[in-house]
Design a protein around this ligand. Structure first.
Ligand code: MGD
Ligand code: MGD
Ligand code: SF4
Ligand code: MO
Length: 885
């Protein structure tokens, strides 16, 4: 029996609606974009489209575990409750902590926060949103008095200019990016400016790309505020009536170090940009009324992150471009429920429902609402400080839910040690083996996407339902249930007696309206009595949702009224500061980190879908050609990257998309998929002084060639246990696993080495080739005519391309000429190799596209799409197709 369910994508903050048609018996589901959902109108990106392939039970955590042994829920919950209660009894409430995630549902998040802040009585609930949105939260708070995103997605289409600052939306918010691309195709006069040290795929639609010096955004936007002032491009009425602090902000912005240097010249010098480019951007901004400034981690993840946010907002306030159609600052949220986490107060300095710890009256308000006599009175520890406190033994019990801090926190080796030292670590996850679950005493199996039920809020404040599609896997339970069971066992039963997520949602809604009277932006009190049926059928809706706006509201601040004590928006005077750690002789390069199109964070789910591993299969480091030359690195070499905090090994990609002096490493690889790819180990733990958000995009590092004695790869139909070589990467493909290898020592006997690693079956037929003088070893293993595995080893890195060999795993029988060609690693004459996969949705390779372009004379990406389908689903690969054209 097939049933169709409307739900929401579990990945990025775009928050796309999904239509899932599921067969419970086979656990098979068809995924399509929900045409009626206001976030995507039917579009999905490669990750959303591949969801069905990530739901297999293999690798799932399906049973609670205590000290590595399967346990019952009763035992595990008792264990957690007792451990927490004991630590609190002996060392006080601040000796325990919860570290949560923007991937929890609002209902899960609400009860976790209520437990820690309301009933355990400590502020020590923080979340991975600290690494993600906290600078935006702090910037909003300073400017508006509230953490409000003023605009909505429709504004992207109404704008005449879109500035993307520190955002690679083409890969990270692909569906929003497709909307912008479509708007630009319909109205080519819509200007797009991208501000990013790297030339990213997002620049594909840019009229202007400003490759500014890493960390120099405050100088650029201070300069813009000065320019708007000197060019009389201000909205003086707006400034006078609706804002405060303009004079100080402009004073700071127009401060020039040397009077002889013009303002533009100074900015160009500080940002390493040409004066023409700076001036062009400033003139366009000054002369375009409908400007949207979209920003993400290039802004937030910085020791000036909060200042960057306010420097951008200052320019919108100075021109009165906020709260009106097609204009405004817009923080693109990262995780599916980054916004919901802020609503419930998931950050350690927040209390609940956009109420923080700043005054006694507010704290009492929440205490009264919760009926708690032990509410926390002061903020708790923020993520980096929290893990330092664990390392130092001050926090003795931590519960990690829905996040993988051993990978994603800065100075990640120290985080690993902190958890190794911590007397009690409990982890709730849906995946069994992660770098963080490996360090837990107690593992709690959480229901994953397709099983869990609740709400999430996207970048434009739109609340959507995630709905259950399948019955729960194994013994997995919803996060809210796990948390409330522990709360009840800790003696807080009356406050945690929920039977269904709707009861939690109602309470959350009621708290948002409690003694609010228009003082707080977040108000969804219209849902305080929502029935179970209405909750089940809830359609996407943008908050606030209350008696004044029962249907929700697209924009805030239309009336120029803000949530500050004076009701006026605040300009913030910004002093330009350099990043915390500057490059020096020992660590001369700047390491930037970020995301890839087809992977989600620490790959626990996306790496299960073979098609998502084809675009960028291996951890890599992008190096500018000049740096490659200086550091003796060639394309596809392996390189060691070291910082004061740690090291990794990655494959060199030489590209002038990178600025010289800067390296880029994707954030995704973990110890589950690579020997030395966990990049968090490198990242410096410096944080923004206001938001406490880490500076994940700026660490001084050193790079050098890694010179192993041998290189190799194995392709195997079965998953293998590859230990021993110094460098390995595991890549799941369609019907095969690929292992990229390199080692410092040649084994005595390659045949022996290989046979102990490959599953040797009596039926297998081996072909082997070895040239000891050249250090070459190759072998293939077949069962009947079906390919089982191939191994290629050499002293150099120039091994055959993997694409043809991997394509053979799709066949049940090899043809004679294919068998003969196997050991050469090259397709027999007349057989085409598809090349690296470009379009993940339709599995179309680079060589197929290039050949079609030459043979059929294709001119546009649309023609390529008509011919091969490539680029016609999610469109994320269109820039790459254009590059091939
Ligand atoms: N495919 C995919 N999409 C995702 C995610 C994912 O894991 N995979 N994660 C989601 C999450 S949680 C988040 S937070 C978002 C993040 O979305 P983005 O912020 O767009 O992604 P990043 O790649 O982290 O960083 C964006 C850009 O900031 C640039 N940058 C670095 N330093 C500076 C600087 O000093 N100034 C400026 N202006 N730019 C700089 C980087 O070069 C990079 O291109 O993506 C979400 N979407
Ligand atoms: N150097 C560097 N570091 C970064 C960043 C960067 O750009 N550079 N970006 C930062 C940002 S913006 C972010 S958001 C973080 C992300 O970093 P993390 O949050 O550490 O990464 P994820 O892989 O998303 O971890 C989510 C975990 O939750 C599990 N999970 C999935 N669904 C559920 C569920 O329903 N319940 C439970 N209990 N578990 C579930 C997943 O299996 C996975 O183990 O990384 C941050 N770290
Ligand atoms: S853009 Fe992609 S990852 Fe983000 S919500 Fe939509 S389908 Fe999911
Ligand atoms: Mo994020």
């Amino acid at each position: 029996m097939n049933k169709t369910i409307l739900t929401t994508c579990p990945y990025c903050g775009v928050g796309c609606g999904i239509t899932a048609t599921a067969d419970e018996q086979t656990r098979h589901v068809n995924i399509a974009g929900d045409k009626a959902h206001p976030a995507n109108f039917g579009r999905l990106c490669s990750k959303g489209s591949a969801l069905a392939e990530t739901l297999e039970l293999k690798g799932r955590l399906l049973q609670p575990h205590i000290l590595g042994q399967p346990a019952s829920w009763e035992q595990a919950l008792d264990w957690v409750a007792d451990a927490f209660a004991n630590v609190i009894r002996q060392h006080g409430a601040d000796a325990v902590a919860i570290y949560g995630s923007g991937q929890l549902l609002t209902e899960d998040y609400y009860v976790a926060n209520k437990l820690m802040k309301g009933f355990i009585g400590s502020g020590n609930m923080d979340t991975n949103s600290r690494l993600c949105m906290s600078s935006s939260v702090a910037g909003h708070k300073r400017a508006f008095g509230s953490d409000t995103v003023p605009g909505c997605y429709a504004d992207f289409e109404l704008a005449n200019m879109i500035v993307l600052i520190g955002s690679n939306a083409a890969w990270c918010h692909p569906v929003s990016f497709q909307r912008i691309r479509a708007a630009k195709e319909a109205r080519p006069e819509l200007k797009v400016v991208v501000i990013d040290p790297r030339r990213t795929t997002t620049c594909d639609i840019a009229d202007l790309h400003l490759p500014l010096a890493a960390g120099s955004d405050t100088a650029l936007f201070n300069g813009l505020l000065g320019f708007l002032t000197s060019q009389q491009a201000l909205n003086q009425d707006y400034i006078d009536q609706h804002t405060e602090g303009f004079t100080e902000a402009v004073g700071c912005a127009m401060h020039t170090a040397k009077p002889s240097v013009s303002a533009i010249e100074q900015v160009a010098g500080q940002c390493h940009l040409s004066q023409e480019d700076v001036l062009r951007f400033y003139q366009w901004f000054a002369s375009t009324e409908k400007v949207m400034s979209l920003y993400s981690q290039g802004v937030n993840q910085s020791t000036s992150g909060t200042d960057k946010v306010n420097a951008i907002i200052n320019c919108h306030l100075a021109t009165g471009r906020i709260g009106k159609p097609g204009m405004g600052p817009f923080s693109l949220t990262g995780q599916p429920n980054a916004m919901g986490g802020r609503e419930v107060g998931g950050l350690s300095h927040q209390l609940a429902a956009h109420i923080d710890f700043s005054n006694e009256e507010d704290i009492n308000r929440v205490a009264r609402f919760w009926g708690s006599a032990r509410i926390a009175k002061t903020p708790g520890l923020a993520a980096v400080d929290l893990f330092d406190a664990i390392y130092d033994g001050k926090v003795k019990a931590v519960w990690i839910m829905g996040t993988n801090p051993v990978v994603s926190l800065p100075n990640a080796d120290k985080v690993k040690q902190a958890l190794q030292r911590c007397p009690f670590v409990v982890v709730s996850d849906c995946i069994a083996d992660t770098d963080t679950t490996a360090l837990a005493q107690v593992l709690l199996p959480a229901q994953g996407w397709s099983e869990k039920d609740g709400t999430v809020t996207n970048s434009e404040r739109c609340i959507s339902r995630q709905r259950r599609v399948f019955s729960p896997a194994g013994n997995a339970k919803p996060d809210w249930w796990i948390i409330t069971q522990v709360a009840q066992r800790m003696g807080f039963d009356q406050a945690f007696l929920y039977q269904h997520p709707v009861e939690i949602f109602r309470e959350h809604a009621a708290l948002s309206g409690f003694e609010n009277n228009g003082r707080r932006d977040f108000d969804i009190s219209a849902f305080a009595d929502i029935s179970a049926t209405d909750y089940d059928q809830l359609l996407p809706i943008q908050w606030p949702v209350n008696h004044i706006y029962p249907q929700g509201k697209a924009r805030f601040f239309e009336d120029g009224k803000f949530f500050t004590p004076s009701g006026k928006a605040q300009f913030i005077a910004i002093t330009v500061r350099p990043p915390a750690n500057a490059p020096d002789a020992e660590y001369p390069l700047i390491l930037n980190t970020g995301r890839l199109r087809d992977q989600w964070h620490t790959m626990t789910r996306t790496a299960i879908a073979a098609k998502l591993n084809q675009h960028k299969p291996e951890p890599f480091v992008e190096v500018h050609p000049i740096d490659a030359k200086n550091y003796h690195l060639a394309q596809n070499d392996l390189a060691v990257i070291k910082s004061r905090w740690g090291m990794i090994i990655a494959r060199v990609q030489v590209t002038d998309n990178q600025k010289s002096g800067n390296l880029f490493v994707p954030m995704h690889w973990t110890e589950q998929y690579a020997s030395n790819g966990r990049m968090g180990a490198l990242v410096n733990p410096a944080v923004d002084p206001v938001s406490k958000q880490p500076e994940s995009k700026h660490t001084p590092v050193h790079i050098s060639a890694y010179q192993p004695a041998w290189y190799g790869f194995i392709l195997s139909r079965r998953e293998l246990d590859i230990s021993a070589p110094e460098y390995w990467v595991k890549i799941k493909g369609e019907q095969f696993y690929r292992y990229e290898l390199a080692g410092e020592n040649q084994p005595e006997d390659w045949q022996d080495w290989v046979r102990t690693r490959l599953a040797v079956d009596t039926q297998t037929q081996w072909q082997e080739y070895q040239d000891k003088s050249l250090g070459n070893y190759r072998c293939t293993q077949l069962i009947g005519n079906r390919l089982e595995s191939v191994v290629f080893i050499a002293e150099h890195k120039n091994l055959p391309e993997r694409s043809w060999l991997t394509s053979l795993f799709a066949k049940d029988e090899l043809e004679a000429q294919e068998r003969r060609a196997l050991l050469t690693g090259m397709p027999p004459l007349g057989v085409a190799d598809v090349g690296t996969i470009v379009c993940a949705c339709f599995n179309v390779g680079e060589k197929t596209i290039s050949n079609a372009i030459t043979e059929k004379g294709l001119k546009t990406h649309q023609e390529v799409g008509q011919c091969l389908k490539a680029g016609t689903n999610c469109g994320s690969c269109v820039p790459e197709i254009k590059a091939l054209l």
